[in-house]
Design a protein around this ligand. Structure first.
Ligand SMILES: NC(=O)c1ccc[n+]([C@@H]2O[C@H](COP(=O)([O-])OP(=O)(O)OC[C@H]3O[C@@H](n4cnc5c(N)ncnc54)[C@H](O)[C@@H]3O)[C@@H](O)[C@H]2O)c1
Length: 211
């Protein structure tokens, strides 16, 4: 029986950073990059980069470096970015509208396919060329537009009921921004996002620098 390799969350969290830096490198017209240079650009040690990548297989050539295009393709496959994911945002307030307007999702292969809100003043408006539907229509719209990922940007008290609706409608992944623990069935993937974690992290490092 094949053994399941457990990859740490920290390693998985670094992969999108590698991917982004490789994309910039590719745009600069470079074909090869060393782990040293990748590390310099990211503030990560080359040893860490080699170790992270080695968890997934053999990449790059000793003494040469990584072929930028190839490594981007490999990391993209690991992250599932070679799929085209259809996403829907629920709660088109301050955060939801900002997420819906974020153009970079498309370059990563995420297609903004639907928007939902419960407020009649918001329903029917257009954000980033997508019409906002009423949350009561989530079942039909998710099925019709083959939505895979639901983004929750509603106030915390409504987050669980919105998650339940998205799951019933058929999404397989939830990106939750509401500061509330959401319970989902085991077959659903959920990632909770909290920008204050990054800010607190920054505060920690500034404080230590000032000591
Ligand atoms: N994770 C983070 O770092 C982070 C950052 C900012 C905001 N947030 C969270 O994101 C959420 C949205 O914040 P905001 O500032 O955009 O709020 P907002 O009040 O501007 O927008 C919320 C929107 O959700 C809609 N809504 C409410 N109940 C709904 C329901 N049951 N179904 C569909 N839509 C519904 C409202 O009509 C409104 O348009 C909050 O939970 C907030 O705490 C998280």
């Amino acid at each position: 029986m094949r053994q399941k390799v457990v990859i740490s969350k920290a390693t998985i969290d670094r992969l999108p950073l590698y991917f982004r830096t490789l994309r910039v490198t590719k745009e600069e017209g470079r074909e090869i990059i060393s782990s040293e240079e990748l590390g310099r650009r990211l503030g990560i040690t080359p040893e860490q980069i080699r170790k992270d990548l080695a968890s997934f297989g053999q990449f790059g050539k000793k003494g040469v470096g990584y072929y930028v295009h190839e490594l981007m393709r490999n990391i993209g496959e690991i992250l599932g970015l070679d799929n085209n994911w259809n996403i829907a945002v629920v709660g088109i307030g301050h955060l939801g509208a900002a997420l819906a307007n974020y153009q970079n999702f498309i370059t990563l292969g995420f297609n903004l396919m639907a928007l939902f809100d419960a407020d009649e003043d918001v329903v029917g408006t257009i954000v980033n060329k997508v019409k906002v539907d009423h949350i009561n229509d989530v079942n039909q719209v998710v099925k019709e537009r083959n939505i895979h990922i639901g983004v929750i940007a509603v106030p915390a008290p409504f987050a669980q009921e919105v998650a339940d609706k998205l799951v019933t409608a058929g999404v397989t992944g939830i990106w939750n921004f509401a500061p509330r623990k959401i319970v989902v069935p085991e077959h659903i993937c959920i990632v909770n996002e909290d920008l204050s974690v990054g800010l607190s992290n920054l505060s920690y490092h500034i404080t230590r620098k000032l000591l």
